[in-house]
Design a protein around this ligand. Sequence first.
Ligand SMILES: [Fe+2]
Ligand SMILES: [Fe+2]
Length: 324
Amino acid sequence: MLVRDIYRLPVGAPFEGYFVIEHVEIRKHRTGEPFLRLVLSDKTGTFQALWWKPPKDADLTVFKKGDVVFVRGNVEYFNGNLQPKLSEIRVAEEGEYNPKKFISESRFSIEKQFTKLLEIIETVENVYLKKLLEGFFYDEEFVEKFLRAPGGKTIHHACIGGLLEHTLGVTEICETVAKRYRSLDRDLLITAAILHDIGKVYEYSVETSIDRTKEGILLGHLYMSCEMVAFKIAEINGFPEDLKTKLIHCILAHHGQYEHGSPKKPKTLEAVALAYADALDSKVKGFEEFIERELGGGTGWTKRHFAYEVPIYFDGKIDYGEEE
Ligand SMILES: [Fe+2]
Ligand SMILES: [Fe+2]
């Protein structure tokens, strides 16, 4: 059973299923007896659960973040939040569950999106920028990682293929911007759009859930993307120093503001266009994902968004993409 389906059950209804542990802590009843508080998830959502009365001989320390567990319980709410008390929980064996249940995939065909991205790379005329892009996107090892990478952990594009979907989204927005504002260096903007988040390939790990890697936490994808680009540029004979500076500036400034993690504010036409294109794609998609998760295909108001700090209204139909 998926998390989404549990939310649709009436209070008291039994449920069972496989979920990933997002968070686990051992707490104590007033009597001193231990119990478990868990946050469980799959690709359709998250809920809190309590293992209220574990057997006296149960080892509560075997449950770790990232483990897949089998649980049984009955639907119960506390302060308006789903919070069932579990009657059974055990760590699941590999092969017992379908790993695809835990992380969703981009709803658009990964192959088709990648082909589109390669077509856009073909339109770049500057030989140095084109060489740079080909250095990444004709490298099988990199491409394999890029196509699997998520665009984020929670706020937007948190799925396999999410980085590709977001990169293509930002790049297509930049193509439109470059057509409208002719003073922009189109090749530079398109290259920056395609490369702006490549550091996410190493910022996140994707197993049963999406997590930040140690490098991701310590360095962040803005620095990591710049480092990857600088390394690749060093392999290209005669790559103009000035072009490198402008490209790196676009990547460093793509979050737009210091408080969003950019060490530089946009100071060129291409950098400001990229920062807004990035914000546009991630915010609209972030809204869409939140609506989908909260309303589960229905309409009306969501609860307040944890990052955007507003409830969102929706009375349309979610685009689930094309069937492959
Ligand atoms: Fe970014
Ligand atoms: Fe981005």
